[in-house]
Ligand binder design. Structure first.
Ligand code: GTP
Ligand code: MG
Length: 325
């Protein structure tokens, strides 16, 4: 069953740079306020930074869900500077924080590069626990790729949750692109296979496949996901899909378990960290970077179609510390 519209290749449209950084800054506002609000107040009557200050900062890093390892890395870097008496003013502290945070995020700052495929379509498989933002992110990603001038199609691989298909169809309508779907209860692997055939026949560049939410502890549902992954290879062994794990930033440290379990099941190739705008736990990005090393491809900072950004560590840390551009 195909719902949708015929799409011609649009010209490439990139959003203005100021709107990207401004949005990111306001999206990270809650996390920033846990980390750094009243930072100056922590320095009562002192011009220099001392151990009490670092203890307080450590608590804040833990509260913002950076996790033990990233917190220790940051505090150790600051402590050793403090011992060498190199930090005597807040702006030097901020510079050091900035440098250490960038270093932690460096290995995961690997944007998704769509290879110049001779065999279309390129496949993006959205996976993750219930309610993490998979369907919304599929809709936003479709818009992102359309703006890059790609031809995009959606596949409704969530045949389980009531109204999941309709939800994806609404994103298809918003983007004016086709959505391949079957009836509720259909085999998700069959839907994806059908979508792959349809995408190839229509010369689609990118097929974005939604899947049902599942807990990493539900063995049978993880098996279902493995089957979906296998069916892509069966369709064409030359296709290496982007298995994009969608994680709600508000999940906190459980994000690490999700990443490990989904990775073991299907081999996660990228992470999309959503709902950064609604949480003070955005520091989990540092914990994910240190514990998994899985590339963080995109971040979600709102519910609207353009509330998705390609993850860039420099933009992220600058916005988090609210440094001038
Ligand atoms: N504030 C905010 N809300 C988001 C973001 N991404 C998704 N949401 C909201 O999160 C809720 C769940 O999103 P869905 O896309 O339905 O999540 P899902 O993973 O597909 O859910 P299931 O299919 O039930 O597993 C919706 O209300 C979305 O609008 C984001 O980046 N920021
Ligand atoms: Mg969904």
């Amino acid at each position: 069953m195909i719902f949708g519209f015929k799409s011609d290749k649009p010209a490439r449209k990139d959003p203005p740079r100021e709107s990207v950084t401004g949005k990111l800054r306001s999206g990270l506002q809650r996390t920033r306020s846990v980390l750094f609000s009243d930072l100056q107040d922590l320095l009562p009557g002192r011009k220099s930074i001392d151990q009490n200050f670092l203890d307080n900062l450590e608590e804040r890093l833990i509260s913002a869900d950076l996790g033990i390892d990233a917190t220790a890395t940051i505090i150790n870097a600051l402590s050793s500077q403090l011992k060498r008496s190199e930090i005597d003013q807040p702006h030097i502290l901020i510079q050091t924080l900035h440098a250490v945070m960038l270093e932690i995020l460096k290995p995961v700052d690997q944007p998704l590069c769509i290879p110049p495929v001779t065999r279309k379509p390129y496949v993006v498989l959205m996976v993750g626990v219930n309610g993490s933002g998979k369907t919304t992110s599929a809709g936003k990603l479709a818009n992102y790729f359309l703006n890059q001038g790609q031809r995009v199609m959606l596949a409704a691989g969530d045949t389980f949750r009531a109204a999941a298909v309709e939800q994806l169809q609404a994103w298809g309508e918003r983007n004016r692109i086709a959505v391949i779907a079957q009836q509720n209860g259909a085999d998700p692997a069959a839907v994806i296979y059908d979508a792959l055939q349809s995408a190839r026949a229509r010369d689609i560049d990118i097929l974005i496949a939604d899947t049902a939410g599942r807990l990493h502890t539900q063995g049978n549902l993880m098996e279902e996901l493995k089957k979906v992954r296998r069916v892509i290879t069966k369709f064409d062994p030359a296709i290496t899909p982007e298995c994009l794990l969608v994680i709600d930033a508000g999940t906190g440290q459980n994000a690490l378990t999700q990443a490990n379990q989904f990775n073991q099941a299907i081999g996660v190739t990228g992470i999309m960290l959503t709902k950064l705008d609604g949480t003070a736990k955005g520091g989990v990005i540092f914990a994910l970077a240190m514990a998994t090393g899985i590339p963080i491809r995109f971040i979600g900072i709102g519910e609207q179609i353009d509330d998705l950004q390609v993850f860039n560590r420099s933009d992220f840390v600058t916005a988090l510390l609210a440094l001038p551009e």
